[in-house]
Design a protein around this ligand. Structure first.
Ligand SMILES: C[S@@+](CC[C@H](N)C(=O)[O-])C[C@H]1O[C@@H](n2cnc3c(N)ncnc32)[C@H](O)[C@@H]1O
Length: 274
């Protein structure tokens, strides 16, 4: 291959300011007024999505400032295996606009999303589910911890704005049925890749809500994918869906925010139940 002699540095308008200490700038740093316009644009985009899914849209710059403060203090934020950065921002804002009396999380692991939602709505009763709490690095006596499956627990919704977040890689459709039976209306389902995204997963929450949202899949449809050096297969079966489609009022994928935040996006859905 020919080596280009073209010197980008000679033509680029980017100034090279020399070495930088680790952590001195988190991603980027913009001038104050530009940063405010950028955050205004982010908030407008997020309000647009909230309106589209029928949620209140009253998020302000103060909520964003609160989120950044919470993120700075979150001891589990950004660690591999925790909820992707941009979904913590969505969870914070969705929890803020709903102001739920009860928040349920299943799939707690290190506690990044738990910490985020705890701080978003300090008054909510919180239930945290995981089968193994040994990795949790944030604990609070304001949270009820349950080391068994949500499906075997008597927890129920207490108000129409209560919120459940699932990041446990367990069948999305079964979680929808379980939420419906317990009276919950608002769910965020994680690990819900569509076809083109599935190779990022070893254990998507099969069948994922993306498979029933648009009526694309038929009984017996099969997908195979490569994850690292192994081949995986899933065969869609109607009986795996627990009749979840009939329980959904509407649902939408939670959009990417990377162009504003530089953080990792998720394959999550907001689901409103009937
Ligand atoms: C991707 S991690 C969750 C990350 C977490 N949201 C965070 O921000 O740290 C998935 C977690 O689901 C848990 N899990 C697996 N099966 C579960 C079940 N049936 N109920 C609850 N949690 C489960 C695993 O033990 C693991 O800790």
């Amino acid at each position: 291959m020919a080596v280009s002699k073209y010197d980008m540095a000679a033509a680029s308008l980017a100034e090279d300011l020399g070495p930088i200490a680790p952590g001195e700038i988190e991603g980027y740093r913009a001038s104050v007024s530009l940063q405010l316009r950028h955050q205004g644009e982010l908030l407008a985009f997020m309000r647009g999505y909230l309106a589209e899914v029928g949620l209140p849209t009253a998020i302000e710059i103060g909520d964003l400032t609160d989120y950044f403060e919470v993120r700075r203090n979150n001891p589990a934020f950004g660690i591999k295996g925790t909820t992707p950065g941009n979904l913590t921002l969505w969870l914070f804002m969705i929890a803020r606009v709903l102001a739920p009396g009860v928040i349920v999380e299943s799939g707690t692991f290190m506690g990044s999303s738990l910490f985020t939602m705890r701080r978003a709505v300090p008054s909510a009763k919180m239930y945290s589910f995981d089968l193994n709490f040994s990795n949790l690095i944030f604990k609070s006596d304001t949270i009820t911890y349950r080391a068994h499956d949500f499906g075997t627990d008597p927890v129920r919704s207490e108000s129409p704005t209560d919120l459940c977040y699932f990041n446990d890689h367990i069948n999305n459709c079964m979680r929808i049925r379980q939420c419906y039976e317990r009276g919950f209306k608002h769910i965020v389902l994680d690990d819900t890749p569509d076809l083109g995204e599935i190779q990022a997963y070893r254990f998507p929450a099969l069948p994922v809500v993306a498979m029933i949202a648009e009526d694309k899949w038929r009984d017996g449809d099969t997908i195979e994918w490569a994850w690292q050096d192994r081949r995986y297969r899933y065969t869609f079966r109607t009986e795996h869906t627990f009749g979840a489609r009939e329980l959904i009022d509407h649902c939408r994928p939670i959009p990417a925010l990377r162009r504003w935040t530089g953080l990792q996006d998720s394959t999550a859905y907001y689901v409103k139940l009937k």
